[in-house]
Design a binder for this molecule. Structure first.
Ligand SMILES: NC(=O)c1ccc[n+]([C@@H]2O[C@H](COP(=O)([O-])OP(=O)(O)OC[C@H]3O[C@@H](n4cnc5c(N)ncnc54)[C@H](O)[C@@H]3O)[C@@H](O)[C@H]2O)c1
Length: 338
């Protein structure tokens, strides 16, 4: 496969690129390396990719998804067989602070991805959606069969919009598209704006950690290798029209168009307080907790129903939380020289 990975300097994009190269594919990675979080971490991920034995099959280009002519030229030049769109303005809370960046990357940028795939007949587009699209839904575990029409953050609304935009292109142009709702991804080279990284930094510095909703939030924490495995398994499986799709009683996860939605989560929901306890054990240090109320835009609990993913691919994430946290802590200590 000749694959475009957008957001290749990002957390998931870096890991996916390394895996695709190891599997023998050629990859073009793009990223605008913006300063939403530490740019050096993004550069260091790219340096890791450049040092891989298969680096000859990887090319990186600094490019913004919102650059229409640049994106069109890239697609026309490369003739990608597959595209994985991971570049986005991520983060729920930041979407209350800088909404503009979400409109540009997640809506305008995603429109350019769709156009590039359409004009150049890309065989399969996979794109990152998010567990946050479940918004006000409380039925657990979250199923792709549920309707998700009540987002509680602009971030979630842009991700749901991506699913809808992709459906329209899939219907109109027969473009195979798969949307992936990732559930709280963690692991080595993880994002400094996410809880695991923030908590670790605070604990090793002896500073208090901010624990929202008194620690009674629940998350389906998913280890990075499990996310990558799910993506790699789905990549060659371009969907076709679903013959069982009934427009009179539409299943939210499928369509008469070659379009599907999958959850990729660990299928276990863990209370934040237990997550913190696991991190304390891995570090051998105690956290000082500053208990705070629920944050606007956050959801109380996430838990992924992964039946559709497992039925299609035979794969289910399996990394135990404590093992994944220990691997993160090992990486953190080495990277930050602690
Ligand atoms: N990490 C999670 O827990 C999680 C959960 C659900 C969904 N997701 C989604 O998965 C994808 C990857 O997430 P991640 O955790 O690797 O985040 P990340 O921020 O580490 O990676 C995204 C990358 O995209 C780049 N980018 C942002 N805007 C861009 C633009 N306009 N043009 C080009 N590059 C741009 C950033 O520089 C960054 O390197 C995102 O779409 C995110 O919304 C992540």
């Amino acid at each position: 496969m000749h694959v475009l990975v957008t957001g290749a300097a990002g957390f998931i994009g870096y890991h996916l690129t390394a895996r695709l190269l190891a599997d023998g594919h050629s990859v073009v990675g793009i990223d605008n390396c913006n300063d939403y979080y530490d740019v050096q971490l993004k550069k260091d991920r790219l340096s890791q990719l450049a040092a891989l034995p298969q680096a000859g099959h990887f090319r990186f280009e600094a490019l913004d998804l919102a650059d229409g002519p640049g994106m069109a030229a890239l697609f026309a030049r490369e003739g990608f067989s597959h595209v994985v769109n991971l570049a986005a303005q991520a983060g729920v809370r930041y979407s209350l602070i800088n909404p503009e960046s979400y409109l540009s990357a997640n809506l305008v940028g995603f429109g350019h991805i769709l156009e590039g795939c359409r004009q150049n007949k890309v065989g399969h587009l996979l794109f990152a959606s998010s567990s946050s699209v479940y918004g006000l839904n409380t039925a657990q575990p979250y199923s792709v069969q549920h309707n998700v029409d009540h987002p509680v953050s602009l971030y979630a609304a842009t991700k749901k919009s991506n699913e809808l935009m992709a459906h329209a292109y899939s219907h109109l142009y027969g473009m195979p598209c798969t949307g992936l709702r990732f559930f709280t991804v963690y692991g080595p080279w993880g994002r400094p704006d996410m809880a695991l990284h923030l908590f670790t930094t605070a604990i090793v510095r002896g500073e208090p950690i901010k624990v929202f909703n008194q620690g009674h939030m629940r998350r389906d924490f998913t280890y990075i290798d499990d996310i990558v495995e799910g993506v790699v398994r789905l990549l060659p499986l371009a969907p076709g029209p679903d013959p069982s799709f009934d427009p009179a009683a539409p299943n939210a996860a499928t369509s008469s168009a070659p379009w599907r939605i999958y959850n990729i989560g660990n299928n276990q929901t863990v209370e934040l307080n237990d997550f913190i306890a696991a991190l304390e054990d891995a570090l051998g240090m105690k956290a000082r907790k500053e208990m705070l109320p629920m944050q606007p835009g956050d959801v109380q609990a996430t838990w992924a129903d992964i039946n559709d993913l497992t039925t299609l691919t035979g794969f289910a994430p399996s990394t135990p939380l404590r093992e994944g946290i220990a691997r993160f802590v090992d990486w953190y200590k080495e990277y930050y020289k602690i």
